[in-house]
Design a binder for this molecule. Sequence first.
Ligand code: 6PG
Length: 234
Amino acid sequence: TTEIEWWEYDGAGEMADAVAGDIQFIIESAIDARGAAVIALAGGKTPLPIYEKLVQAKLDWKRVTIIPGDDRLVPLGDPLSNVTAIGKMFLPKGARVIPLISDKAEDYKAAGRAADARLQDLHWPLDLCLLGVGGDGHAASIFPGPDFEEALNGPRERRALGVMPDPLPPEAPVARVTLSRTAIVSARALMIALTGDAKRGVLEDAIRQGASSNYPVGRILADVELPVDIHWSA
Ligand code: 6PG
């Protein structure tokens, strides 16, 4: 079983302050210990207030490498592109931002292999993996579909892979590149940030069901060795 700690906040602003503070501390500790920090940040809309706080932190940003925990197979600049949103915030600070999607047109499997190759060059494990949760119970881009088992239980050394969700999620009906479960749960710190009662209910069910859950996040969080911090606001 996984040790899980829930943190509850009075609103998205209060959550953003707290989580940005935690991330800042993790980055500073990694820089102190190893001279650099490598973190994965969640895509989607929920964490944007956290990032708006985090960019204000006084950090040695040029020692910070950021990757999106997952991305949609769309061109850079597309409104669905996670790396575009993350890059806009953190590149001006001097951070290094590594995309999971290249600017070459590639099929999703090739895109996943290319992303994995880029990540193999990074300091590993990740100092932090921050995840969100979808209303359908996905996290990162680990979705039901033909690549589900590979994303959850593929080769240990695989850091990223391409996935084709089935069914395609309506908010972004495209293929994805995602961190593998192994990459996620081997991070030195694992956090989830979410808002609203509906997602909270899904996450609680998923955790209760664990390894037998139909929700990807339940499968991801089953039997994780490090404690997981869950940050929630209404
Ligand atoms: C993640 C993903 C992604 C996202 C959800 C929720 O890291 O888990 O980037 O799965 O968090 O799709 O997105 P919203 O925050 O926009 O609801």
